[in-house]
Design a protein around this ligand. Structure first.
Ligand code: NAD
Length: 368
């Protein structure tokens, strides 16, 4: 039986509460004989700062680098508002992403039929929606140099950010998107602004070449990023996989996510390059933050974190079927009318974190 090492970093606020439900799913994987997942639990974010004066310690980073995958809950909260900038809770998360060299951010936007009425779009536009946004995470305008504000001395200032992409960065993110599309609807939309940006021209050229050389079996469409934003609210179901740069990906993934309802439902994965064994470094985390307003109340929705764990099973542990089963169990409990506070609906039963986890595990076990 395959054996994997998973580092759990519950973090702050609701992080430990939602991660608690994941540990029960890990037990389910282990006792079902699907694989052996060995876990280690450590600190990140504000709790790590309180313990070590750093938002992630070198010792934790060493474990993260050696693990097959890392799962993170959430970091931050008002308690740490005054800590020095380079030690703030989010710095721990940024170091993890940087040191693990996670260049591909995967953000699924899935609309469970039971929640279609919670979307700001009409039910028929989002019912059954299943999009994957693949965002380049380590390059582009957030990191390009020069990046500065200059005082011009005449009462004016000048700010510069620089959008830079090199061929290899576009090749590797395009390959991730095409590989994913092959396992899904076999369609990739590549979004850029080639009409006004040189990086858009190169992006288009490189994606076209990668497609021609290695993935001509996948359907490729090029789309201008602004048109992509419009199409996502006009007819989102036309998309399968969207691949785009860091800046456009930041905006388009949030836009697509909102079509699905609540923050408490949104998982994510960030992947690095394949090593010689064909494995990628990976970090799985819910999109939401530490929700200090509801922390400690047992009210948080654990589904985003549970769905992130399902992504870990699929992309790091080669357990796609178990991932499918967890996603089906999530859909089942929503169909049964169970809702946490963030997705509560008339006629449905409002439950807490633990009860939601109980129901998902019960559904999994009854389907076995
Ligand atoms: P947030 O995502 O923590 O919360 C926004 C709203 O959504 C809150 O009302 C919260 O109660 C609700 N919410 C979020 N997740 C929920 C869940 N699982 N179940 C039910 N309701 C949920 O964003 P925020 O309030 O802007 O930030 C709070 C803290 O989290 C800040 O310190 C921020 O820096 C940090 N943060 C961390 C991450 C991360 O760890 N990746 C991401 C975003 C924000």
């Amino acid at each position: 039986m395959a054996s994997y090492k998973l580092l759990l970093l519950p973090g702050d606020g609701i992080g430990p509460e939602v991660m608690g439900e994941v540990t029960r799913l890990i037990d389910w994987v282990n006792t079902s004989g699907l694989a052996t997942i060995e876990t280690e639990t450590d600190l990140v974010g504000g709790c790590a700062y309180d313990a070590h004066g750093e938002s992630v310690s070198d010792a934790t980073m060493k474990i993260a680098l050696e693990a097959d995958a890392v799962m993170l809950g959430a970091v931050g909260g008002p308690k740490w508002d005054g800590v020095p900038y380079d030690k703030r809770p989010e710095a721990g998360l940024l170091r993890l992403r940087k040191d693990l060299e996670l260049f591909a951010n995967l953000r699924p936007a899935i609309c469970y039929p039971a929640l279609a009425d919670a979307s700001s779009l009409k039910r028929e536009l989002v019912d059954g929606l299943d999009i994957m946004i693949v965002r380049e995470l380590t390059g582009g305008v957030y990191f390009g140099e020069p990046k500065e504000i200059t005082d011009l001395g005449n009462g004016q200032k000048r700010a510069v950010d620089t959008q830079v992409y090199e061929t290899y960065e576009i090749v590797r993110i395009a390959a991730v998107a095409f590989e994913l599309a092959r396992k899904r609807g076999n369609l990739v939309h590549s979004a850029e602004k080639r009409n006004v940006m040189k990086t858009g021209v190169l992006w288009n050229e490189v994606v076209t070449q990668v497609h021609k050389d290695r993935y001509s079996d996948v359907k490729l469409e090029h789309i201008l990023a602004d048109n992509c934003a419009m199409q996502l609210v006009r007819a989102p179901k036309q998309f399968d996989v969207i691949v785009t740069d860091n800046l456009f990906g930041d905006v388009l993934s949030d836009e697509a996510a909102m079509a699905t309802g609540s923050l408490g439902m949104l998982p994510s994965a960030s992947l690095g390059a394949e090593d010689e064994r064909g494995r990628r470094k990976a970090l799985y985390e819910p999109v939401h933050g530490s929700a200090p307003d509801i922390a400690g109340k047992g009210a948080a929705n654990p589904i985003a974190t549970i769905a992130s764990f399902a992504m870990a099973l699929r992309y790091s542990f080669d357990l796609g079927e178990a991932a499918d089963r967890i996603e089906k169990a999530i859909a089942d409990v929503l169909d049964q009318g169970l809702r946490t506070g963030d997705i509560k609906q008339d006629g449905c039963k409002t439950v807490g974190t633990r009860e939601m986890g109980d129901a998902i595990i019960a559904s999994l076990k009854s389907a076995t």
